[in-house]
Design a binder for this molecule. Structure first.
Ligand code: ADE
Ligand code: ZN
Length: 322
């Protein structure tokens, strides 16, 4: 048996970020919307800097306008994940793109996403759980609306709340109301930090929002004392090396700090973030860990165990996957 046969657990995938470019192009044609500028000559997404990536991402989202679109999107994304051996996927779902933060509309989108998740589970054996996500650069008021959507739909399927988007906007404490609201509704928390921001952004996020996990968090590797605190507190990092290399948050796979973090006993997991935007899959991420850092099957099994332990679903679901 090789690691290629191991079932994989993924904790950090943006649903729209998993949209195959052909799927978005097809939607645009159906709706007669011209977003041709977001594609390159070969039909892939045309992205460059992080700011440009966010623009392309948001342009792709403009063709997703109904719950039925999200049902089809979810099926397409889960099919691709399952083809890469993923058996459990925690995926960011964003009320801003699903009904513009309106709770009633959000419920309809969520029903459609759950419907697709049931179909994919029956057909392809992949389990989906949702982390409702606000977008930092949309501002704190939008984040509150997203948190209310999350709180209203917390349960077996919606298990967490998080924040993505540009770290250059505001400070973590500006979003504390949203995180408190989600926490009070029983949701588990994660927040993007230290992808572009420095160690102080990670530290402030932990202090002000108190999440169990950090999206990316790679800047922590620049601060040994912070790594020690994160390791001691058992905070889990959702590291996405291929995304970091593609967008230029780190110069190369060889220079990626995941090894430093792991050597300091920080709990690391590995995910794809927005795989078709970055030309990656979870299989490729694991291949690169093997090739660049010489991680063997035991290392990858351990990585997967950390991910399942840190998943936000209930214990019965974890037992079924283990
Ligand atoms: N939204 C989608 N991908 C993201 C990333 N890598 N960082 C922040 N927000 C995102
Ligand atoms: Zn992300």
């Amino acid at each position: 048996m090789s690691w290629r046969d191991l079932p994989k657990v993924e904790l950090h995938l943006h649903l729209e970020g998993g949209a195959p470019p052909a799927f978005i192009r097809g939607m645009a044609q159906e709706k007669r919307v011209d977003i041709s500028g977001i594609f390159d000559e070969r039909g892939g997404y045309r992205t460059g800097t992080f700011a440009h990536f966010l623009k392309v991402y948001e342009a792709a989202c403009t063709v997703l306008t109904s719950p039925e679109d999200y049902r089809r999107l979810t099926l397409a994304v889960l099919e691709e994940s399952a083809a890469n051996g993923v058996v459990y996927s925690e995926t960011f779902l964003c009320p801003d793109f699903c009904g513009d933060g309106d709770v009633a509309a959000w419920r309809d989108y969520l029903l459609a996403i759950e419907d697709a998740a049931r179909e994919a589970e029956a057909k392809a054996g992949i389990t989906l759980r949702g982390i409702v996500t606000c977008v930092r650069h949309f501002g704190p008021e939008k984040a509150k609306a997203a948190a209310l959507c999350a709180a209203e739909t917390a349960g077996n399927f919606v298990t967490g709340f998080g924040m993505a988007g540009a770290e250059t906007v505001g400070r973590p404490k500006d979003y504390a109301w949203a995180f408190d609201c989600a926490r009070e509704a029983g949701l588990r928390l994660t927040c993007h930090a230290g992808e572009w921001g420095g160690p102080d952004m990670v530290a402030d996020t932990l202090r002000d929002l108190n999440p169990a996990r950090i999206g990316h968090g790679i800047a922590a590797a620049k601060d040994p004392a912070l790594m020690e605190r994160i390791a001691e507190a058992g905070i889990v990092l959702e590291v996405c090396p291929g995304s970091n290399v593609y967008l230029g948050a780190v110069p190369s796979w060889e220079k990626h700090p995941i090894e430093t973090l792991r050597s300091r006993e920080v709990k690391v997991t590995v995910s794809t973030d927005d795989p078709p935007f970055f030309g990656t899959t979870l299989t490729r991420e694991w291949e690169m860990l093997e090739r660049v850092f010489e991680w063997n099957e035991e290392d990858l099994k351990a990585l997967n165990r950390v991910a399942l332990d840190a998943a936000f679903c209930d214990e019965a679901t974890k037992d079924r996957i283990r």
